[in-house]
Design a protein around this ligand. Structure first.
Ligand SMILES: [Zn+2]
Ligand SMILES: [Zn+2]
Length: 349
């Protein structure tokens, strides 16, 4: 089906209007009109070929909220008019042990990315949510619960689930002590979600300039990581530290902050980090871990949790033709805390 989006044609090019075809809907597909799409740091990496495997033209976007406008004859989960949400993946093998557990993000064959993947049937290169329409198999379109503000919910689909999943993996609840490194798109969601689960939450930041913001978001305190005395006093103070920093950095100062059996989980940086020393790992039986997004079941659980607890990302709404400026601002961390594109602006652009 013919549609329109915003694509970039090379690593140097700006995003610009682009007409293209979505694949013909299959019997188990829904066709969505995209209403809102969040702007993730990965979108910027993807557009600029920072990981080295971008194929052009590239359309980023994997925090997608839309409305079903057509359903295949075998679709049972959704009907025309339903609000649905699509995150970072649009398909998986559905057969392996991980898929059967509802951990499609860990599919043994690799899940199909919403952008930068290959359709499992047509082998076409997938294009993301900076577009008017999306065709997706019904399982990968999640239900948007009533009561969740659709104009703000899009970032839950990547930033939200990427921080919710480790909170659930490490059983965070009342009494848990959670540290959050980095207060951007992911970090601000980690604070809100951990606080809503009843944890005591500390933001770790290089200066105390973000203290007011951290407390507003629901944190109990801010620890200044450039202050050696404060860091030394906080040894063994956390059960879980979520590291959301999206660029290469040194995790060594944070590991001693973990209590025995505590875990530092990396969710931001995809690539090298400064070499860790194993001393505090061995002596404190501490762990360094990584975590991607969550599976479909857990992502639905997150959407329902946020509707129930009235948790929403803090977003700044932009027009589609403001995306290049938004990328530039995101590179300077000049956003509180996530841009969301109002797709109604795409027609005008
Ligand atoms: Zn993302
Ligand atoms: Zn699988």
């Amino acid at each position: 089906m013919r549609t329109i989006g915003f694509a970039c044609t090379s690593a140097e090019a700006e995003l610009a209007p682009y007409h293209f075809d979505r694949r013909a809907p299959r019997t188990n597909d829904v066709v969505m009109e995209i209403l809102y799409c969040g702007v993730c740091h990965s979108d910027l990496h993807w557009a600029r070929n920072d990981w080295g495997w971008t194929l052009y033209p590239a359309i980023p976007g994997h925090e997608i909220i839309g409305r079903v406008i057509e359903t295949g004859p075998e679709v049972t989960r959704h009907k025309v008019g339903d609000f649905v949400a699509v995150g970072c993946m649009v398909d998986s093998c559905q057969q392996c042990d991980q898929c059967r557990k509802g951990e499609e993000q860990l599919c043994r064959e690799g899940n199909t990315g919403t952008y930068g993947g290959f359709d499992r049937v047509t082998k076409e290169y997938t294009l993301g949510g900076y577009a008017k329409h999306l065709v997706v198999r019904e399982e990968f379109a999640l239900k948007v619960p009533a009561g969740l503000d659709i104009s703000k919910a899009a970032p839950l689909l990547c930033a939200g689930i990427t921080t919710y999943s480790p909170l659930r993996t490490w059983n965070v609840g009342p009494g848990s002590r959670v540290g959050v490194i980095g207060l951007g798109g992911l970090g601000h969601m980690a604070v809100k979600l951990a606080a809503a689960m009843g944890a005591s939450v500390t933001v770790l930041s290089r200066s105390d300039s973000k203290k007011h913001d951290a407390l507003e978001l629901g944190a109990d305190s801010l620890l200044v990581s450039s202050d050696p005395d404060a860091m030394a006093k906080s040894a063994n103070a956390f059960d879980l530290i979520i590291d959301t920093v999206p660029v290469e950095h040194d995790i060594n100062p944070y590991v001693p902050l973990l209590d025995v059996d505590g875990t530092l989980v990396i969710v931001g940086q995809i690539g090298p980090i400064a070499a860790p020393t194993t001393v505090p790992l061995l002596l404190g039986r501490r762990r360094i871990a990584g975590s991607p997004i969550g599976g479909l079941k857990q992502t639905q659980e997150l959407l329902d949790f946020c509707a129930r607890k009235n948790i929403l990302p803090d977003v700044e709404m932009i027009r589609m033709d403001e995306i290049n400026h938004a990328f530039a601002r995101m590179e300077k961390a000049d956003v509180h805390y996530r841009f969301v594109i109002d797709m109604a602006s795409l027609q005008a652009a």
